[in-house]
Design a protein around this ligand. Structure first.
Ligand SMILES: Cc1cc2nc3c(=O)[nH]c(=O)nc-3n(C[C@H](O)[C@H](O)[C@H](O)COP(=O)(O)O)c2cc1C
Length: 410
């Protein structure tokens, strides 16, 4: 369905060429100061036409607040937000009346519903993500004010152009490497830890690619332009960090924190992969090196000396930075002619017209941040409701020490 979340519930609506797209957000706490500008900042980072690296579809994506807010303050009631679709060009898509675009959603939507939007990607278009970004901006404002939580995503690769291996090591060692070699290499390098601890959105936005590394960003620009000039497309990865996450978030079985994150991230169009913490790389590192030992940080709080876990153990946050990486495929719609078949089964060649992103990752950054914020917000409300319910009970004083956190050692 079109709803995500349990207590912070986000329902998005809209197709690429209908009158508007947007969201209804239920469960936002009352009393949060909120303006359209709070939301607009992230929508403008997502909007098309930001640079030569994105689709030229010209949408300003101005948000209109419809309900749930009065005098600049949330009422606790559903917040409805809409953004008009203003630059639709349905005639761009006449070829796709005949052809399902290879690796797009035209064929599968028809299989599912027996009917599909007559032009554009309909509901499968990235226009749908506007509602998510708007909802995420609301969640983020609450999380920042109440918990100081910071969420920053950045582009970590485009095609085969990666951040230097010291910052973003490859997921797996290339085949034929020495199987006797147990060293963990740079999978959790100081550079990566430092980047995750310090990276800001202002720094990320200095680069049109949203890759915060000057030389790599330049090479990524060339790679994207090469794809564009060849009427082709290219994929990439986005890395995201969530800082100052309270410990104890995430439900221990089916709604583990990382499972909710994976659900959220893999619901973004064009995603193909999700890695939490050490990810696939962690499979190559012996436990003796992969474990995150505990240490008393001097204030009575247990921290870990490393963070291969990505801030989550047993599906529950441990208070360290949560970080993860998402793989985005090369966009399906390309104007290079491609042999394929028409809906009626006859073979043919499709050269798709229309305005399309040669690479989605620069624009995916605020979408990733939004989905992360929605997950954190939802899990926080769930944990807070559990704690509130527990705190209403009279204290139990007869528990054996093995059942509770010992106090005097910390
Ligand atoms: C920010 C963003 C922009 C996108 N732009 C395009 C595009 O211009 N052309 C295209 O074919 N797909 C684009 N996509 C991806 C499609 O929406 C997606 O591939 C399609 O819905 C099929 O779904 P799937 O790739 O998840 O299987 C974009 C995705 C994102 C996140």
């Amino acid at each position: 369905m079109s709803t995500f979340g349990t207590l912070f519930r986000v329902t998005t609506y809209g197709e690429s060429h209908c009158a508007s797209v947007g969201a209804i957000i239920d469960g936002c706490p009352p009393g949060l100061e909120l303006s359209a500008q709070d939301i607009q900042v992230q929508l403008s980072r997502r909007r098309p036409g930001q640079s030569d690296l994105t689709t030229p579809r010209n949408e300003k994506d101005f948000v209109q607040l419809q309900s749930g807010i009065e005098q600049g303050v949330t009422l606790g009631t559903p917040i409805a937000l809409l953004v008009k679709n203003e630059d639709q060009r349905p005639h761009d898509y006449t070829e796709t009346d005949l052809y399902p675009r290879p690796s797009h959603a035209d064929y599968t939507y028809l299989q599912k519903y027996g009917i599909k939007a007559s032009s554009g990607g309909g509901r499968s278009s990235a226009r749908e993500t506007i509602g998510r970004v708007a909802a995420g901006a609301i969640a983020e404002k609450y999380l920042k004010i109440v918990y100081g939580i910071e969420i920053v995503a950045f582009v970590s690769s485009v095609g085969k152009v990666h951040l230097p291996a010291t910052i973003a090591p490859p997921s797996l060692t290339p085949i034929n490497s020495d199987e006797e070699d147990d060293t963990a290499n740079d999978a959790l390098s100081k550079d990566l830890v430092n980047l995750l601890s310090t990276i800001s959105r202002d720094e990320v936005d200095k680069y049109p690619t949203r890759c915060p590394h000057p030389e790599t960003s330049e090479r990524m620009i060339k790679r994207i332009i090469r794809a564009k000039d060849a009427q082709d497309s290219i994929g990439g990865t986005v890395t995201c960090v969530i800082r100052n996450v309270p410990s104890g978030l995430g439900e221990p079985v089916f709604d583990k924190f990382e499972a909710s994150l994976a659900h959220a991230m893999l619901s973004i169009p064009a995603t193909k992969a999700f890695e939490i913490g050490s990810g696939f790389r962690g499979t190559e590192v012996p436990g003796s090196q992969h474990n995150d030992p505990f240490v008393n940080d001097g204030t009575g709080r247990l921290r870990t000396t490393s963070n291969w876990s990505g801030g989550i153990q047993g599906g529950i946050t441990n208070g360290e930075n949560v970080y993860f990486r998402i793989g985005f495929k090369s966009p399906a719609t390309i104007s290079q002619a491609q042999d394929t078949a028409k809906y009626d089964g006859t073979p043919g060649s499709l050269a798709a017209r229309g305005r399309h992103d040669p690479c989605v990752v620069p624009r995916a950054v605020p979408i990733v941040e939004a989905m992360a914020a929605i997950v954190v917000m939802d899990q926080l409300l769930i944990q807070n409701s559990r704690k509130t319910a527990a705190n209403l009970l009279p204290p139990i004083t007869t528990l054996p020490p093995t059942m509770v956190m010992p106090k005097k050692d910390f």
